[in-house]
Design a protein around this ligand. Structure first.
Ligand SMILES: NC(=O)c1ccc[n+]([C@@H]2O[C@H](COP(=O)([O-])OP(=O)(O)OC[C@H]3O[C@@H](n4cnc5c(N)ncnc54)[C@H](OP(=O)(O)O)[C@@H]3O)[C@@H](O)[C@H]2O)c1
Length: 332
């Protein structure tokens, strides 16, 4: 955390270059993102929500950097399409992992299949996310936006921690990258601790903003727990990006029409993936942890998002929620 504070204040962290990625030349498989090419050969990367948008671009670029990329998707058909597209672009076919973040059983299954193939994980990109017009619940009964955007990734990360630590121990470092959003600023009053599941009041973008605030709290609390392990974690805002996000399937026609109107003015998915790729691969970010980035630069999230007491409160509640839902509940 101290490392990140130095970085954001004067960007002095940039001198502590490490060796996960050796800066070599430029690589732009999609033509327009500006990430420097890093050498990711021998590194294993897992990206959630990698069948579309920012996740697919991230997976594709990191595959182009030489990483063994595993793309997680809830739809096998969409996952296979993305894998084929990435192979066409980079000449490297990513592995496919079935993962529905709205189901703890699916998350546990995905983690087991991943670990059976890969004892080490160098970069976990928690990217999947959604916003929903109407309140729905996950398999375990949690409000879906909170359940997928925060709780699902919370559990997935816990299940993969040993593999991340093993990568750090043997190869010098590992990273967890959490795709948050500047939309966390809409949650001005912060998390509603008395209505975490939005049972009393549901407003789609308000619930979404809180889930993205939760991503920042998760990052800060995780960074503290990972001190000294060689595993770092940072969160980011990708910009406003023309993806499938808030499409008519998930939102009302009016909202999705609004998104379509502004689409030409938004970042392309490749531009939107640049900060994620930077956090996943930039050698100069070795050791930098607990931070929030936008446009590949450190940035302060809103003041409330920097409150570590609240971050710890969310961590404790998340642990309780996961424990309450399984495994006893699923065994019953
Ligand atoms: N686009 C923006 O302007 C913007 C701005 C700020 C932050 N973000 C964040 O960026 C991240 C990526 O979004 P995007 O813009 O690339 O949108 P996207 O194209 O809609 O991609 C979202 C991905 O998440 C997956 N996903 C949704 N629910 C899931 C579940 N239950 N289990 C597993 N995967 C699930 C989607 O799978 P399906 O294809 O099966 O739905 C899709 O692959 C999100 O976390 C979002 O909050 C986006």
């Amino acid at each position: 955390m101290a490392d990140f504070a130095r970085h954001v204040d004067g960007e002095r962290g940039a001198g502590r270059a490490g060796s996960i990625g050796r800066a070599t030349s430029r690589f732009a498989p999609s033509g327009d993102h500006q990430a420097s090419m890093a050498d990711m050969n021998g590194k294993v990367v897992l990206v959630t929500g990698a069948n579309s948008g920012i996740g697919k671009e991230t997976a594709s670029t990191l595959a182009g950097f030489g990483a063994t990329v595993v793309i997680a998707a809830r739809s096998r058909t969409k996952g296979e399409q993305a894998a084929a597209e990435i192979e066409q672009r980079t000449g490297r076919r990513p592995e496919l992992l079935d993962l529905d973040l709205a189901s703890f059983a699916s998350i546990r299954g995905a983690a087991s299949s991943f670990l059976a193939r890969h004892p080490k994980l160098h970069v976990l990109v928690n990217n999947a996310g959604l916003v929903l017009d109407a309140r729905t619940t996950t398999v375990e009964g949690f409000e879906t936006t909170f359940g997928v955007n925060h709780l699902g990734h919370f559990l997935l990360t816990q299940l993969l921690l040993d593999a991340l630590k093993a990568a750090a121990r043997e190869d010098g470092e590992a990273r967890v990258v959490n795709v948050s959003s500047d939309a966390h600023r809409w949650a001005r009053r912060g998390i509603d601790w008395d209505d975490l599941q939005a049972e009393k009041k549901y407003a789609s973008f308000d619930v979404y903003a809180k889930s993205k605030l939760a991503n920042i709290y998760f990052t800060r609390a995780l960074a503290r727990r990972l001190e000294g392990t060689g595993v770092t974690t940072n969160a980011l805002h990708p910009g406003v990006v023309a993806t499938e996000f808030a499409s008519s399937e998930d939102m009302g026609l009016l909202t999705s029409f609004g998104f379509k109107l502004v689409r030409p003015f938004l970042k392309t998915p490749a531009q939107g993936a640049a900060t994620t790729i930077h956090l996943a691969s930039a050698p100069e970010l070795r050791g930098v942890t607990g931070g929030y980035f936008a446009d590949s630069k450190p940035k302060h999230p809103m003041r409330l998002a920097q409150d570590d007491t609240l971050a710890e409160r969310l961590w404790a509640i998340s642990e309780q929620l996961v424990a309450s839902a399984e495994p006893a509940a699923s065994a019953a």
